[in-house]
Write a protein that binds this ligand. Sequence first.
Ligand SMILES: NC(=O)c1ccc[n+]([C@@H]2O[C@H](COP(=O)([O-])OP(=O)(O)OC[C@H]3O[C@@H](n4cnc5c(N)ncnc54)[C@H](OP(=O)(O)O)[C@@H]3O)[C@@H](O)[C@H]2O)c1
Length: 326
Amino acid sequence: MKAVVVERYGPPEVLRIEERPTPSPKDNEILIRIHATTVTSADWRIRSQTVPTGFGLIMRLVFGLRKPRQPILGSELAGVVAAIGRDVSRFQVGERVFAFSDMAMGCHAEYLCLSEDGMVVATPPGLTDEAAAALCFGGTTALDFLRRAKVRPGEKVLVNGASGAVGTAVVQLARHFGAEVTGVCSGANVDLVRSLGAAHVIDYTKADFTRNGQTYDLIVDTVGTAPYSRCRRSLKDGGRLLLVLAGLPEMLQGLWVSLTSRHTVIAGPAAVKREDLRQLAALAEAGDVQPVIDRRYPLDQIVDAHRYVDSGRKKGNVIISMRDQA
Ligand SMILES: NC(=O)c1ccc[n+]([C@@H]2O[C@H](COP(=O)([O-])OP(=O)(O)OC[C@H]3O[C@@H](n4cnc5c(N)ncnc54)[C@H](OP(=O)(O)O)[C@@H]3O)[C@@H](O)[C@H]2O)c1
């Protein structure tokens, strides 16, 4: 099979397309023929080892000290079951599925084996492979943070970085849960963020949301520019600050704030459940959450796709279409 292989950390040019043996499913695994995958901010972070303050060594210990232990990146996919292990009972050959391999990665290839008990579910008929693949990374992160914050109908939620993969999902899910959403993005993305259900949109190049006198029940920072020290006056009494992106100092400060004030800071990696994928797929089928797809690249343009993601300017998700290879 064709796979995108990373043998050393570095810029997008370290990526190579190589022939690798097609894996065989173990007894409890399914072999998935991948039709669509994505390049996410996680792929950029792991490939380039660009990590939040304080996580450099931890990242190297997890992903490989001198080079990536898992040389194939990519954490979300949609495709079709090509073969099953002999103990598999939940899936059949030919069934459409989508999956989130998370930190195990491996989706930038034509095939991947996953445990049938892992983060893999059937793709509903109303969902394209591209949409299904693009649901996982941003959607599961948004769902987990909003769940931890116990967002309630009528609450005011501000999303800093509303146009990225996580931000576009937070805007739509918060709105779905009945919140009044304010999105913060650049002027170029104002219409997009409004179309996702934000009642108010602030262009960060023209206005500072921490200085407009408004207060929010929840502030979700997906960019790393809204630490507690900057936005505490914008939080209501009992308000929660969700730091999707935070360095170790902000996380430690968040613990202290949560212990000593009427505010709560929620940070750290998102915890993901298989049920989340089902919930996101059902919401997408119903039209309540639409994964935003910015650009599409064939597998052989993976370097260009990474360059674009590295720019930090993508809107929602960047798709790698594997079917263009066929
Ligand atoms: N805690 C977790 O478990 C977890 C899970 C997933 C992701 N993350 C982290 O969350 C962060 C966001 O991920 P992502 O995939 O959503 O990123 P992304 O899609 O790459 O974000 C790109 C978006 O950020 C916007 N942006 C850049 N600077 C901004 C600013 N100063 N203010 C407002 N918007 C700005 C850009 O819009 P403009 O071009 O308009 O500026 C662009 O649309 C990443 O750092 C990632 O590592 C954490």
